[in-house]
Design a protein around this ligand. Sequence first.
Ligand SMILES: Cc1cc2nc3c(=O)[nH]c(=O)nc-3n(C[C@H](O)[C@H](O)[C@H](O)COP(=O)(O)OP(=O)(O)OC[C@H]3O[C@@H](n4cnc5c(N)ncnc54)[C@H](O)[C@@H]3O)c2cc1C
Length: 440
Amino acid sequence: MGADPGPRGVERHALSAATMALLYTEGFTSMAVDFTIPEEAKAIRETVRQFVQAECIPAEQELHAGRPYKEVLSTLRGKARAQGLWCPFIPKEYGGMALGPLANALVQMELGESHLGALALNTQGPDDATMLTLLTYGTPDQKERFLKPLLNGEKRICYSMTEKAAGADATGMQTRAIRDGDNWVINGEKWFSSAASVADIALVMAKTSPDAPRHKQFSTFLVELPNPGYDIVRDIQTMAIEGPLSHILGGGHAEVKIKDLVVPHANLLGGEGEGFNMGQHRLAYGRLRHGMHNVAMAQRALDMATKRVLERSTFGKPLSERQGVQWMLADCATEIYIARLMLMHIAYKAEKGLDLRQENHIAKVYLANMVHKVVDTAIQLHGALGYSQDLPLARWYTGIRSQRLVDGPDEVHRWTVGRNLLKAYQQFGTTASACGGDLL
Ligand SMILES: Cc1cc2nc3c(=O)[nH]c(=O)nc-3n(C[C@H](O)[C@H](O)[C@H](O)COP(=O)(O)OP(=O)(O)OC[C@H]3O[C@@H](n4cnc5c(N)ncnc54)[C@H](O)[C@@H]3O)c2cc1C
């Protein structure tokens, strides 16, 4: 028994001949991952890296010194566009750089080092994921009226799905839209609509067909702001440390009252009953972008920690010479390395048009926890200075706690991952295909 190990050491006796054939042909050998990064992708990553280091990070200081936000951003965007850096994954005919998933991942992993990076290239959340949705589902008229100004950086858009009544299970949404001739009338409430207070457009999800199957009950509407029917009650105070600029940069997270909001039928996006499916399409990219920016933030935090331990001595020795400290750095390096590999693998699958849903769920959870761990370690190694607001670490730390909640909380993703493992085992006699087995 076990003398003839199958793929990844799975004993052949555990698998049927048909399953083995599948794993060897489709499941394993034909999906080997290719880590070759094309020269153009390397070049664009380098250009973006230099742009972030030479322009965005210094511009953060200008903001702190009091230079007006609009001026700083407009200068940065001018410089970015002059180098051809704009809307990385948007097709050329829409004014973007038309980067594929791999090149985009490399670029986003640089942009996240500065909170001005994504904004400078007009690829900030939540706008970017909604641009994708509009590109895929928008009518020509909707693209002209709503997508174009977003791509030009003239307008911003927020996404209003979550309600106090329902978040992780969005199908519990209560906001209702009723057809009235050429219009829809929407009533209800929304909660945690990021960037609503700086947005010119809101993408609002509401129940349109209560008798349809659960995932077909909701539709999405493009709402022009400001609008008397979409009342921003407040930006919710969160645990994140907020400076005077954070609401301008991120736009806060709004609580919204929706009362007799009239929306033309022409503003229904993607068809009646398609709201939920489109929301998942949108969130799938959003999750990955968060993760890519998390890698960049973790990298910057680890660099700060490493610089600090090289400069700081305690008990007669530089901190960097303590093995315990080196282990702390090493643990962070391990997590960042795994995170990069995960994203590269997912980007590779996206390039090849392969199913990446399981990897997306796994990576979403891992990347959110990874950045938390690395920033926490960086704070620890900076001592009280790390805890102070003289450095950005404390702000990052309180901000990224949300990563384990947004775009679906950890537990819901882990639940899906777990179910997929069970299904894989039942189908193949091994869970390998649901935990990176196709890497081999
Ligand atoms: C900073 C921030 C920004 C956000 N931006 C937006 C936005 O722009 N637009 C928008 O529409 N929404 C936004 N959200 C909302 C976000 O998507 C929801 O918070 C998230 O989906 C969780 O929903 P909830 O908060 O209602 O938690 P709940 O649904 O009440 O869940 C609470 C907890 O229960 C546990 N749980 C839930 N389901 C399960 C399960 N099946 N198994 C095990 N445990 C489970 C999890 O631990 C979860 O955290 C944002 C949230 C935050 C914090």
